[in-house]
Structure formats: structure tokens, C-alpha cells
Design a protein around this ligand. Structure first.
Ligand code: ATP
Ligand code: MG
Length: 263
């Protein structure tokens, strides 16, 4: 089985990117898959939530953008159900030197060279179209756009969708059509119902059927590497993301070639 890289992105902030990355990676890891999360957000919230302290930049996702450095597999940490390449605050200063057009291909190349042993690699990105987000879009086979069904996140999701398509055309022929995931849905709110309907009509099967409702266990911020699967396994948050992961696994599975099936 080839490794499946997934980038989680939305240009708008606070739409559930980090929460989705963590929960999806945890569910995949708990089901026995080998999963790596690469934290490409200079703010490093995912890294912090996994209980990982500020790493040495050489042992962080900065290493993906540093040709002078030989990759040290020991820099990948193992804080729970999945492996993690943590973010360093140095990412923000590194960004200033990554200005050439070929600087969007670092992650794609690094991934090809070093991540082959994983079943899934997930990239968490910041809410801005930085060189890191472009790198993650240029590297992934699937783009997952978490979207809260309200005006600004929906606009952000549609912009992200278009950006992903453009990056795919120019730099990433392996990229499939981006997928949207409804998050923090409150079925009692009229605007949520209306925006969900709009997205489903417009993007059809590119919106996952499973959606994530608002839940207390997902809004708690912890710094011990535990996810809602650990501290509230029967709660809505764990249930919703378990369904999301089942659907995502089915949607991202590569079709088996007849010649392979026969052998
Ligand atoms: N389904 C949910 N129900 C309730 N709260 C949630 C849910 N999903 C995420 N949250 C909370 O909403 C906030 C934003 O979520 P998160 O950090 O995952 O978004 P993000 O898109 O990664 O944000 P940023 O753009 O800042 O990186 C967090 O406080 C998180 O705990
Ligand atoms: Mg985030």
C-alpha cells in the first residue's frame, strides 16, 4: 500500500484544522495504521497539545526546508497513537528566506525520500497562505478542508478549494479533488443548516457525509497528548471523528488494479 498524504487546510482561522488533524491521526493510529503528523503551523498548537515542548529546530518540521541538514529519524517523536514531526517557532523566521518559486517543493521531495514507511502522513497548516501551506498542498494526494458552516469559514473554504486546484494543476498532478469536512456544526442554528445545504448542493460528494458537531470534549484544550478518544471515548467528539475517519479511509483508498488483485 502506498503512503497517503493528506493536507488539512483552510485559509480562515479557527475552523477545526488542528483538532481534525489530531483526531483523525489518533483514530488512524489506534486502528493500527502507521501515521505521521507534520506540524507546519509556526504557532505549533498541535505540537503543544501533544505535550511536546519547543523542539530544537533541527528536530522539528524546519528540517524539511533545510538542505544542509541530514534527516535524523530520531527527530520524529511518538507522543501517542501517531508519530509527530513537531513545529518550531523558528518556522516563522525560516519563512523569510523561502522566497524562490521552487521553495514550494521542499515537502514534496522530503516526503518522497523519507516518509515511505507510513500509511498516512497528515500535514496541519496555519490559517494563511504561507509557503508552508503551499508546500503541503504541493505534496498531498488529498486536501481536507474543515469548514464551520458560517459565512467567513465558508468563504475561506471556497478560496482554499480554488487554491488547492490551482496548486494541483501547476505542481501536483497526483492531487485528487479537495474534500470538505463540516465541523462545529450546531443543528439548532439556522445559518448552520443553510450553509451546510449550500455546500452540499454546490460541492456534492466532495463534502464528507459525516460531520463533526460541537462538543465539549473537542473544545477542551489539553497539553498531555490525550485526545477525546482517550478521555471521552463515548462522547460526541470521539463518535463523530470515528465516523469521519471511516469515510475518509474509504474515500482515500486507492483502487486496486486488476493485475494486483489477481496476484
Ligand atoms: N467540534 C468542536 N466542538 C467544539 N469546539 C471545537 C470543535 N472543534 C474544534 N473546537 C475548538 O475550536 C477552536 C479552534 O479549533 P482548532 O484549533 O482546531 O482550529 P484551527 O483551524 O486549527 O485554528 P487555527 O486557524 O488557529 O490554526 C479550539 O479551541 C478547539 O478546541
Ligand atoms: Mg490550527
Amino acid at each position: 500500500m502506498p503512503m497517503i498524504p493528506i493536507t488539512v487546510a483552510n485559509h480562515k482561522g479557527g475552523t477545526g484544522k488542528t483538532t481534525s488533524t489530531m483526531m483523525i491521526a489518533a483514530a488512524l493510529g489506534m486502528s493500527g495504521r502507521r501515521v505521521l503528523v507534520v506540524d507546519l503551523d509556526p504557532q505549533g498548537f498541535l505540537t503543544r497539545m501533544m505535550g511536546v515542548a519547543e523542539p530544537d529546530p533541527r528536530g522539528s518540521s524546519c528540517a524539511l526546508f533545510d538542505e544542509s541538514q541530514t534527516f535524523d529519524p530520531a527527530s520524529i517523536v511518538n507522543p501517542g497513537a501517531f508519530h509527530l514531526m513537531p513545529a518550531s517557532t523558528r518556522l516563522s523566521t525560516d519563512m523569510r528566506r523561502l522566497t524562490r518559486s521552487i521553495d514550494v517543493l521542499w515537502v514534496r521531495e522530503f516526503q518522497q525520500a523519507h516518509f515511505g514507511e507510513y500509511d498516512y502522513v497528515l500535514y496541519d497548516s496555519a490559517a494563511a497562505l504561507t509557503v508552508f501551506t503551499l508546500n503541503a498542498l504541493a505534496a498531498a494526494r488529498h486536501i481536507l478542508i474543515p469548514v464551520l458552516p458560517e459565512y467567513q469559514p465558508v468563504v475561506g473554504a471556497e478560496q482554499t478549494y480554488q487554491t488547492a486546484i490551482t496548486v494541483g494543476k501547476k505542481l501536483n498532478p497526483d492531487m485528487k479533488e479537495p474534500l470538505m469536512l463540516l465541523t462545529m456544526v450546531d443543528g439548532r442554528k439556522r445559518n448552520h443548516i443553510a450553509y451546510e445545504k449550500y455546500l452540499r448542493e454546490r460541492y456534492e460528494d466532495r463534502v464528507l457525509e459525516s460531520r463533526v458537531r460541537t462538543s465539549a470534549s473537542l473544545s477542551t484544550t489539553r497539553h498531555d497528548g490525550k485526545t477525546a478518544f482517550d478521555f471521552d471515548p463515548r462522547g460526541r467528539g470521539a463518535q463523530d471523528y470515528a465516523a469521519v475517519v471511516d469515510e475518509l479511509v474509504a474515500k482515500t483508498a486507492e483502487p486496486v488494479l486488476e493485475s494486483e488483485a489477481a496476484s
